[in-house]
Write a new protein. Structure first.
Length: 378
């Protein structure tokens, strides 16, 4: 993942500028890209002119701002949905990324790249779609913007089943054989789906074709695969195209992701409501992340809070010039949630930034914990 490579770059001498800008889906996009970048970078230019930075750091950041501003034409020509730019002129380091998901327009300065929007953009669900059709079944896989055919199962030729025959016996025999062939065909298709699950994995499975084929084929799916069925769609298998199937999958995947997010939020709130190992709200989540107790962090949208990070031990807090644990100096950050996310990932926890409106909006952030925290820990 690109985010892992970029995460490795840090610099304590020269500031790192991170800029995210959407190309579509925002009314502000009617203005020129140059004007949008100029407005987005205005607080950074003010920081350059302030007395907060050393002369060397200010000169480096001034060059970063100029370099990003000069990328307006390149961004305009880029077909991606959003762009991420990272720059540290003093260390001769920069990255330009085309993103396949919209993020939020933001510019941040720190000792490392601001990764939270990139984490959102690189969170991808993998979906599979199987078309159960008596003559030819096809299996597709979707990962991000990539949609491709994985394989197919073609049925063996069967003699016409209604041609008559001596006393109808041959007709019944042929029909029985045809039913057996169709059953074997659907079983081989179900096996192909399971093979894809074993080899590449997927989060959601969508079933397509005529309803009869969907009903028959779904019965033969492996239980592991069947648990990932998230919807179905009826389609004319004689006129279907990969593009048409992809359109069905995209719409069903959006609904499946929303349902998944709602389920995760519901599990968090139910656990917290029952007094289980969960944390709700910034104060409790900070306690949990500092105790390295977070198993799954869930954040509502682009919620942010300012805070502080200990330069020595990494302790996170809402404020304070010195760390309450080791006494070292702290570094102010504009988005404390970003630091919580990175700390959680560093401890091999999961992170979900939900895009739906939910009951979590009231608390904005929460976490399922690996172990309960003793009362009084802060």
């Amino acid at each position: 993942m690109q985010v892992d490579r970029i995460r490795q770059f840090t610099n304590s001498t020269f500031p790192v500028l991170s800029v995210y800008v959407n190309r579509v889906g925002n009314p502000r996009n009617r203005t020129s890209m140059s004007a949008r970048l100029s407005e987005l970078l205005r607080p950074i230019r003010e920081l350059v002119e302030s007395a907060e930075l050393s002369h060397e750091a200010a000169m480096s950041l001034r060059s970063d701002v100029k370099n990003v501003q000069n990328l307006a034409d390149r961004i305009d020509a880029d077909p991606a949905q959003a762009i991420a730019i990272f720059s540290c002129h003093g260390a001769d380091w920069s990255e330009y990324l085309s993103l396949n998901k919209p993020v939020w327009d933001v510019a941040r300065v720190g000792n490392r790249a601001y990764l939270r929007p990139l984490r959102v953009a690189e969170t991808e669900f993998r979906s599979a779609a199987v078309i159960f059709e008596p003559r030819r079944s096809v299996l597709f896989i979707k990962s991000g913007d990539v949609f491709r055919e994985y394989g197919e199962v073609v049925e063996e030729a069967v003699r016409k089943s209604n041609y008559g025959g001596f006393g109808g016996y041959e007709e019944r025999g042929v029909r029985s054989h045809a039913d057996a062939v169709a059953q074997r065909h659907f079983k081989e298709t179900a096996d192909l789906v399971f093979r894809l699950f074993q080899e590449e994995g997927f989060d959601f499975l969508f079933l397509g074709g005529h309803q009869e084929g969907i009903d028959e084929g779904s019965k033969l799916l492996h239980p592991y695969v069947k648990a990932r069925v998230a919807g179905s769609f009826v389609i004319d298998t004689h006129t279907m195209t990969p593009a048409l199937i992809r359109d069905h999958v995209v719409g069903l995947e959006e609904a499946a992701v929303a349902a998944y997010e709602a389920k995760q939020v519901r599990e968090l709130l139910d656990t917290a409501g029952a007094g289980g190992s969960a944390a709700l709200g910034m104060a409790d989540v900070l306690t949990a992340v500092n105790a390295r107790a977070i198993d799954r962090l869930i954040v509502s949208g682009s919620f942010t809070k300012e805070g502080a990070v200990c330069e020595s031990c990494g302790w996170l807090s809402r404020n304070g010039a010195s760390c309450l644990v080791c006494g070292s100096g702290t570094r102010r950050v504009d988005d404390l949630v970003d630091e919580i996310i990175e700390a959680t990932i560093g401890e091999r926890g999961e992170v979900l930034q939900v895009s739906i409106a939910s009951a979590l909006d009231q608390n904005a952030i929460g976490a399922l914990l690996r172990f309960p925290l003793p009362a009084g820990i802060s």
